[in-house]
Design a protein around this ligand. Structure first.
Ligand code: SF4
Length: 377
C-alpha cells in the first residue's frame, strides 16, 4: 500500500503511478492521465489537471498527493541570452539550472548540432537550446577549480527533482521537446554517478515520458570508474563525457582528489572499454588553467592518453570566480593546445563560455545570489 502523505507525482514512472491509482481505488486509465499532465503538460498543481473530475482533484489534494514541481526562485539573465535559474525544492534546498539558447557551443560535430529546424524556432532567435541540470545539492568531489565544490554536498536530488528542473525550465521558456530542439547536459551541480539510481531513473522518465531524445543528452562524470562500466550497460542512456582536466596522475590528483581512488590508468581503461554506439564518441572535458595544465607537454600527454579511444575533446578556458586560485589562459594558449590535439587527429573543440557575467558558466554554479546583474524578471 502506498503511503500517501506528501506524495509527489513528479518522479513516478508508469508502474508507480498505476499502483498509486489502484491504491486510491481509481480506474487504471488515470495513470495515463497523470503521466500526460505531469510530464507533457507540466502542470504545477493538481487543480490544473483538467482531465480529472473536480471532486477527485480535491480529494487527492486532501490526501496530500501533489505534483512536486520545484519552484523557480530567481532568474538571472546574461547578455548572451543564457538564463541561470535558482530552483527550490519542497525542503527549501536549492540548485541551479542553466538555459542556454543556441546550445553550449560544445555540440558541433557530435551529431547533435542543428540549424534552422524549419519550425519557426529561428524566428524566436534560437534554433536549439541546451539545459544544464544539477544532480545533487552541492558536490562532494572537490575539484579545485570549481565553485560548486566550495559548497560541499548537502544531499542527493530525487529523480523527481532532477526531472522537475527540466519541466520547470521548459515551462518557463515555453518550449517542448516535441517541437523544439532541446539538448540536455547533466553538468550542473553535483556528480551524477554519485547519485546513480536517481539519475538513471530521471533519464528514463525524461526519455519515455517527457520526450527528450537520449542522443541529445550528455552526462559528465569526474571519473567514478565502476559507474562508468555500469552506465555502459544501460539500455537507455545519455552520451558519456569524462571531466579529464589533467594529463598525468600527479597533476590530476592535485586538481581532482578523486584521482587517488580512480587513477588515469583505470579511468582510461573504462573509457576504452565503454560500449559506444554508432557514430558515438566519449567526450573529454578539459578545463584549461593558465600555466598549470595548458602547456605543450600537457597537450602531448593528452594525445598519449587518448590513444585507442574514440574521443572528442572539449577545451574550456577556466571560468574565473571568487575563491578559485587559478587563472584563465590566454586565447593563444588555448589555440596552441587545440592545435596539438588536432594535429594528432583528435576531434577537439573550444567551448565558448556562456553566461560568465551571471556566474552560469561551467564550474561557476554556487547558488550565487548577490551579483551585479540583477534578476531580469
Ligand atoms: S567540477 Fe563537477 S564533479 Fe568537480 S566539484 Fe565541480 S560539480 Fe563536482
Amino acid at each position: 500500500m502506498t503511503d500517501l502523505s506528501q506524495v509527489a507525482l513528479l518522479g513516478m514512472d508508469r508502474a508507480e503511478l498505476s499502483s498509486l491509482v489502484e491504491s486510491i481505488g481509481e480506474p487504471g486509465y488515470r495513470a495515463q492521465q497523470f503521466l500526460e499532465a505531469v510530464y507533457r503538460q507540466r502542470v504545477e498543481s493538481m487543480d490544473q489537471i483538467s482531465t480529472l473530475p473536480q471532486q477527485l482533484r480535491v480529494s487527492l489534494a486532501e490526501k496530500g498527493i501533489g505534483i512536486g514541481m520545484p519552484r523557480i526562485e530567481q532568474r538571472f539573465v546574461s547578455q548572451d541570452g543564457t538564463v541561470r535559474y535558482l530552483i527550490t525544492f519542497a525542503d527549501g534546498q536549492s540548485v541551479e539550472t542553466v538555459w542556454m539558447p543556441e546550445g553550449d557551443g560544445g555540440e558541433v560535430g557530435d551529431g547533435v548540432e542543428a540549424g534552422d529546424t524549419g519550425d519557426g524556432s529561428a524566428a524566436r532567435g534560437w534554433g536549439r537550446a541546451t539545459i544544464c541540470i544539477s544532480s545533487q545539492v552541492g558536490c562532494a568531489v572537490d575539484c579545485q577549480f570549481c565553485l560548486t565544490a566550495l559548497l560541499g554536498v548537502k544531499r542527493n536530488l530525487s529523480a523527481g527533482e532532477i526531472v522537475g528542473q527540466v519541466c520547470a525550465v521548459l515551462k518557463d521558456q515555453k518550449v517542448s521537446p516535441q517541437h523544439d530542439r532541446v539538448n540536455l547536459v547533466f553538468m550542473g551541480m553535483g556528480e551524477p554517478f554519485l547519485n546513480y539510481d536517481n539519475f538513471i531513473k530521471a533519464v528514463r522518465l525524461l526519455v519515455q515520458e517527457v520526450g527528450l531524445a537520449e542522443s541529445r543528452m550528455t552526462v559528465s562524470t569526474a571519473g567514478i570508474v565502476p559507474r562508468i562500466s555500469e552506465f555502459g550497460q544501460e539500455a537507455i542512456r545519455p552520451r558519456l563525457a569524462i571531466s579529464l582536466n589533467a594529463s598525468n596522475d600527479d597533476l590530476r590528483t592535485k586538481l581532482m582528489p578523486l584521482n587517488k581512488k580512480w587513477n588515469l590508468e583505470r579511468l582510461m581503461a573504462a573509457a576504452r572499454d565503454f560500449p559506444l554506439r554508432n557514430r558515438e564518441r566519449v567526450t573529454f572535458e578539459y578545463v584549461l588553467l593558465h600555466n598549470v595544465n595548458d602547456l605543450r607537454e600537457n597537450a602531448e600527454e593528452v594525445v598519449d592518453l587518448l590513444r585507442g579511444v574514440r574521443a572528442r575533446v572539449n577545451l574550456i578556458a577556466l571560468n574565473p570566480g571568487p575563491g578559485i586560485d587559478f587563472e584563465t589562459p590566454a586565447d593563444e594558449s588555448v589555440a596552441a593546445f587545440q592545435k596539438i590535439l588536432r594535429d594528432a587527429g583528435i576531434l577537439t573543440f573550444v567551448r565558448r563560455p556562456r553566461g560568465r557575467d551571471i556566474y552560469a558558466a561551467c564550474g561557476q554554479l554556487k547558488r550565487t545570489v548577490e551579483i551585479a546583474t540583477a534578476p531580469a524578471r
